[in-house]
Design a protein around this ligand. Structure first.
Ligand SMILES: [Fe+2]
Ligand SMILES: [Fe+2]
Length: 162
Protein backbone atom coordinates (compact mmCIF):
# COMPACT_ATOMS: atom_id res chain seq x y z
CA UNK A 1 0.00 0.00 0.00
CA UNK A 2 1.00 3.64 -0.39
CA UNK A 3 1.88 5.74 2.68
CA UNK A 4 -0.09 8.99 3.20
CA UNK A 5 3.19 10.77 2.51
CA UNK A 6 6.73 9.72 1.51
CA UNK A 7 7.78 11.46 4.73
CA UNK A 8 6.41 8.50 6.70
CA UNK A 9 8.94 6.16 5.07
CA UNK A 10 11.70 8.69 5.78
CA UNK A 11 10.72 8.72 9.47
CA UNK A 12 10.67 4.92 9.57
CA UNK A 13 14.09 4.76 7.92
CA UNK A 14 15.50 7.36 10.35
CA UNK A 15 14.25 5.20 13.23
CA UNK A 16 15.76 2.13 11.55
CA UNK A 17 19.14 3.89 11.39
CA UNK A 18 18.93 4.63 15.12
CA UNK A 19 18.01 1.04 15.94
CA UNK A 20 20.76 -0.47 13.78
CA UNK A 21 23.26 1.87 15.42
CA UNK A 22 22.32 0.89 18.97
CA UNK A 23 22.15 -2.83 18.05
CA UNK A 24 25.80 -2.63 17.01
CA UNK A 25 26.88 -0.68 20.09
CA UNK A 26 25.08 -2.92 22.60
CA UNK A 27 26.24 -6.08 20.88
CA UNK A 28 29.89 -5.05 20.94
CA UNK A 29 29.59 -3.83 24.54
CA UNK A 30 27.96 -7.14 25.53
CA UNK A 31 30.95 -9.06 24.21
CA UNK A 32 33.43 -6.63 25.80
CA UNK A 33 31.69 -7.06 29.17
CA UNK A 34 31.76 -10.86 28.76
CA UNK A 35 35.44 -10.63 27.93
CA UNK A 36 36.09 -8.63 31.12
CA UNK A 37 34.27 -11.30 33.15
CA UNK A 38 31.09 -9.28 33.72
CA UNK A 39 28.90 -11.96 32.21
CA UNK A 40 25.67 -10.90 33.94
CA UNK A 41 25.89 -7.34 32.68
CA UNK A 42 27.04 -8.66 29.30
CA UNK A 43 23.87 -10.74 29.09
CA UNK A 44 21.76 -7.65 29.84
CA UNK A 45 23.44 -5.74 26.99
CA UNK A 46 23.05 -8.75 24.72
CA UNK A 47 19.32 -8.91 25.54
CA UNK A 48 19.03 -5.17 24.86
CA UNK A 49 20.62 -5.59 21.45
CA UNK A 50 18.06 -8.34 20.67
CA UNK A 51 15.21 -6.02 21.82
CA UNK A 52 16.48 -3.36 19.43
CA UNK A 53 16.74 -5.97 16.67
CA UNK A 54 13.02 -6.68 17.14
CA UNK A 55 12.36 -2.94 16.78
CA UNK A 56 14.41 -2.93 13.56
CA UNK A 57 12.35 -5.89 12.33
CA UNK A 58 9.09 -4.00 13.03
CA UNK A 59 10.38 -0.94 11.17
CA UNK A 60 11.59 -2.97 8.18
CA UNK A 61 8.20 -4.71 7.92
CA UNK A 62 6.36 -1.38 8.04
CA UNK A 63 8.61 0.17 5.36
CA UNK A 64 8.02 -2.86 3.12
CA UNK A 65 4.26 -2.58 3.75
CA UNK A 66 4.50 0.89 2.17
CA UNK A 67 6.58 -0.50 -0.73
CA UNK A 68 9.53 1.51 0.57
CA UNK A 69 13.20 0.54 0.72
CA UNK A 70 14.49 -0.25 4.20
CA UNK A 71 17.94 1.31 4.42
CA UNK A 72 20.25 -1.19 6.10
CA UNK A 73 23.41 0.50 4.81
CA UNK A 74 23.22 3.56 6.98
CA UNK A 75 24.54 3.64 10.54
CA UNK A 76 24.98 6.52 12.96
CA UNK A 77 28.12 6.88 15.07
CA UNK A 78 28.40 3.71 17.15
CA UNK A 79 29.36 4.86 20.65
CA UNK A 80 31.16 2.30 22.79
CA UNK A 81 32.01 2.94 26.43
CA UNK A 82 35.54 2.32 27.64
CA UNK A 83 34.30 0.76 30.86
CA UNK A 84 31.04 -0.61 32.24
CA UNK A 85 30.05 2.66 33.93
CA UNK A 86 30.55 4.65 30.72
CA UNK A 87 28.60 2.01 28.76
CA UNK A 88 25.67 2.54 31.13
CA UNK A 89 25.89 6.33 30.85
CA UNK A 90 26.08 6.24 27.04
CA UNK A 91 23.25 3.72 26.91
CA UNK A 92 21.00 6.00 28.94
CA UNK A 93 21.82 8.92 26.63
CA UNK A 94 21.04 6.95 23.50
CA UNK A 95 17.76 5.68 24.98
CA UNK A 96 16.77 9.26 25.83
CA UNK A 97 17.51 10.23 22.21
CA UNK A 98 15.40 7.32 20.98
CA UNK A 99 12.44 8.39 23.15
CA UNK A 100 12.71 11.98 21.87
CA UNK A 101 13.08 10.95 18.21
CA UNK A 102 10.20 8.43 18.30
CA UNK A 103 7.88 10.81 20.16
CA UNK A 104 8.58 13.45 17.49
CA UNK A 105 8.05 10.88 14.72
CA UNK A 106 4.72 9.75 16.27
CA UNK A 107 3.56 13.38 16.43
CA UNK A 108 4.56 14.01 12.82
CA UNK A 109 2.69 10.87 11.69
CA UNK A 110 -0.43 12.02 13.56
CA UNK A 111 -0.11 15.44 11.87
CA UNK A 112 0.13 13.71 8.47
CA UNK A 113 -2.95 11.61 9.31
CA UNK A 114 -1.07 8.31 9.56
CA UNK A 115 -2.27 7.09 12.94
CA UNK A 116 -1.20 3.50 12.27
CA UNK A 117 2.45 4.42 11.92
CA UNK A 118 2.10 6.84 14.83
CA UNK A 119 0.93 3.89 16.95
CA UNK A 120 4.00 1.89 15.89
CA UNK A 121 6.24 4.74 17.07
CA UNK A 122 4.26 5.16 20.28
CA UNK A 123 4.68 1.49 21.15
CA UNK A 124 8.39 1.84 20.46
CA UNK A 125 8.55 4.89 22.75
CA UNK A 126 7.22 2.72 25.58
CA UNK A 127 9.93 0.09 24.93
CA UNK A 128 12.67 2.73 24.93
CA UNK A 129 11.28 4.25 28.15
CA UNK A 130 11.72 0.82 29.76
CA UNK A 131 15.32 0.87 28.57
CA UNK A 132 15.87 4.37 30.01
CA UNK A 133 14.44 3.11 33.30
CA UNK A 134 16.74 0.07 33.34
CA UNK A 135 19.84 2.23 32.69
CA UNK A 136 18.70 4.69 35.38
CA UNK A 137 18.34 1.84 37.89
CA UNK A 138 21.85 0.59 37.13
CA UNK A 139 23.35 4.07 37.50
CA UNK A 140 21.38 4.60 40.76
CA UNK A 141 22.72 1.29 42.07
CA UNK A 142 26.27 2.42 41.27
CA UNK A 143 25.59 5.69 43.14
CA UNK A 144 24.31 3.78 46.17
CA UNK A 145 26.77 0.88 46.47
CA UNK A 146 29.75 2.13 44.46
CA UNK A 147 31.02 0.91 41.09
CA UNK A 148 33.22 -1.83 42.57
CA UNK A 149 30.43 -3.41 44.57
CA UNK A 150 28.03 -3.09 41.62
CA UNK A 151 30.49 -4.74 39.25
CA UNK A 152 31.18 -7.52 41.74
CA UNK A 153 27.51 -8.46 41.31
CA UNK A 154 27.94 -8.63 37.53
CA UNK A 155 30.56 -11.38 37.51
CA UNK A 156 29.56 -14.67 36.00
CA UNK A 157 32.09 -17.26 37.15
CA UNK A 158 29.79 -20.17 36.28
CA UNK A 159 30.31 -20.07 32.51
CA UNK A 160 33.95 -20.93 31.78
CA UNK A 161 33.18 -21.98 28.20
CA UNK A 162 30.80 -19.12 27.40
FE1 LIG B 1 14.62 0.22 20.08
FE1 LIG C 1 16.29 0.94 23.41
Amino acid sequence: MQPVSPRVVELLNAALTLELTVINGYFLEARMLDNWGFGRLGKAFYDLSIDEMKDADTLISRILLFNGHPNLQKLGAVTVGEDAHEMLRLGMESEHSAVAQFNAAAQECHDLGDHGTAAVFEEMVRDEEQHVDWFESQLDAIERVGAQQYLAQQLDPARPSG
